[in-house]
Design a protein around this ligand. Sequence first.
Ligand SMILES: *[C@@H]1O[C@H](CO)[C@@H](O)[C@H](O)[C@H]1NC(C)=O
Ligand SMILES: *[C@@H]1O[C@H](CO)[C@@H](O)[C@H](O)[C@H]1NC(C)=O
Length: 272
Amino acid sequence: MARASRRQRAGYRVRGEICIGTATFFSFVAVILLIFAHVGQINTSTIPRDISMAKVNISTYGAALHTAIVDPVQGLYTTNFSAPLEQHAGLRQFYLFGLYSHCAFTDKALGLCSNVTTATQWTPFTAVVNDMPTNYSTLTLGLVPPDLTFVNSHYLGEFTRAAYYLLLMGTVCAGLAMLIGLWKRTLTYVISTSFAVFGTTLLLMGVTIWTVIIHKAQDINSAFVVVGSQQSTVPLGITVSTGAGLWLFWGAFISLFLSMGPYMIACCTYRG
Ligand SMILES: *[C@@H]1O[C@H](CO)[C@@H](O)[C@H](O)[C@H]1NC(C)=O
Ligand SMILES: *[C@@H]1O[C@H](CO)[C@@H](O)[C@H](O)[C@H]1NC(C)=O
């Protein structure tokens, strides 16, 4: 009788160890992905790393502008990749937008990044318009249909800033879940389980907001130039796509989600 219960306790213990190992593995993977997602977006060099939340390709906008205004479009794009950003010093062909800054490249893949600030709002239209020489930025405001979500910098900015805080808190929770779970006590497993649940929820909310917002802003992809009050058949030549950073956050969410079950089982069965 006593021997059987001892064996039973040992069995629980082994099961607890396996669960906590599995849970720690998944929360560790989540933390690594989150570190990559955050650090990879803090660009300090002139050759930005390709980890971003959203990308904008505006390389054929010059041609669209030309068909709309007939006059030749000169000096819209700059060839000097180190010309300052958002000072009407010339448009670049490609833009990467991250959680902390945005970077702009010429077609030579040389670029410049803005200063790193936390809770940066995603305002892609403002960023590209502020790079255009003043005469073209004025024209652009009249040419791009104003009812597009892409143009609504206030809306995009507010939602993405809120999403940033959710992702940041989710990241902190994931880290705490992993670290606290390393102490082999029933209580620490209960705390780890709670952080894994909070973290998973926060990451899901943050990454969903970003995904929906990018999807809505993609209404620019199929937009046409407006001439006078008429919509022409000329595509605007501005394309929004998702960046690798978004997929890192989705991956981290899934991994932290997978750690939740094992953490729960561990705190129910483990008797440390
Ligand atoms: C940018 O868009 C143009 C036109 O749609 C396309 O031809 C080009 O391949 C794109 N470049 C990149 C790097 O996505
Ligand atoms: C490019 O822009 C930078 C920053 O404004 C300036 O210092 C540099 O002289 C420019 N280079 C050329 C070739 O115009």
